[in-house]
Write a protein that binds this ligand. Structure first.
Ligand SMILES: NC(=O)c1ccc[n+]([C@@H]2O[C@H](COP(=O)([O-])OP(=O)(O)OC[C@H]3O[C@@H](n4cnc5c(N)ncnc54)[C@H](O)[C@@H]3O)[C@@H](O)[C@H]2O)c1
Length: 248
């Protein structure tokens, strides 16, 4: 028996990048996945690679109706919902004073609002299944990295929300934890091209000496939080970052 047999999990941004690695690993461990993503090509690919185990829902997570639709698909396709991974988050890196309303809106819309809306939409089903929520934070937010104001603010809002939900929803047997990953994805590749010095600096600081792999390094930590193995853990932030940041 695999650790995620009979689990049904929504993964936002679940077609590519870290989310794609998470979708693939959760399926490998026995789960069925609703992968919500704007990238249709990647979504169809991951669905085709995992017949009957991945349902691709094309949708923008910043639209509230998409959250409801994802929960409905989980129930209609797989009969229930046991887990939610709020992974998608888009932001623009600029000096603080150059960030415009639209920049703040995209980070809070795809990051904080989407996380909140998916949590609210999933609540009823997760209460029934004694489910688990994994939200995504970031080392850049914990450290206050330059040019990351709109991103860092949304990420720390997500952590605050997660801690409160962990406390409030514990009586409902819903657990809420946060993962801060560090993994080499297309997004990181673009950032590396834009800010090569920052990239070099980050790699030099990682005790394990490299960026993680989405599926083999980050996804197993997410899988642990979605499994019964973490049933006595809620409200925590886990660093999946090669030892870069040691939270106390
Ligand atoms: N990559 C890292 O090292 C790193 C570091 C810290 C935190 N994170 C966090 O991890 C998560 C995943 O990061 P990533 O690097 O894989 O991101 P990414 O940008 O590479 O891709 C994420 C996926 O989300 C999808 N997506 C983008 N906008 C969407 C929207 N509005 N609705 C639905 N899907 C959408 C993309 O199509 C893609 O498939 C994010 O929350 C990010 O902030 C990543």
């Amino acid at each position: 028996m695999s650790t995620l047999d009979n689990k049904v999990i929504i993964v936002t941004g679940g077609a590519a990048g870290i989310g794609g690695g998470i979708t693939s690993e959760l399926v490998k461990r026995g789960a069925s996945v609703i992968a919500v993503d704007v990238n249709e090509e990647a979504g169809k690919n991951i669905e085709a690679k995992n017949p009957g185990k991945v349902f691709f829902l094309k949708g923008d997570v910043s639209q509230e109706a998409v959250a409801q639709e994802a929960v409905e698909k989980a129930v209609s396709k797989f009969g229930k919902l046991t887990g939610l991974v709020n992974n998608a988050h888009v932001s623009r890196q600029k000096p603080l004073l150059e960030l415009k309303e639209d920049d703040w809106a995209i980070s809070f819309g795809t990051g904080f609002n989407a996380t909140l809306n998916f949590m609210k939409a999933a609540y009823k089903e997760l209460k029934q299944s004694k489910g688990s929520i994994v939200n995504f934070g970031s080392g850049a937010a914990l450290q206050g990295s330059r040019f990351q104001a709109s991103y860092a603010a949304a990420k720390e809002a997500i952590r605050g929300l997660s801690r409160v939900a962990a406390t409030e929803w514990a009586v409902d047997n819903i657990r809420v934890n946060v993962v801060c990953p560090l993994a080499f994805t297309e997004g990181v590749e673009k950032w590396k091209e834009q800010f090569p010095e920052d990239y070099k600096h980050v790699v030099e600081q990682i005790p394990l000496g490299r960026f993680g792999d989405p599926q083999t390094d980050v996804a197993p930590i997410v899988a642990f939080l979605l499994s019964e193995d973490s049933k006595y853990m809620t409200g925590q932030t886990l660093m999946a970052d090669g030892g870069d940041i040691k939270l106390r």
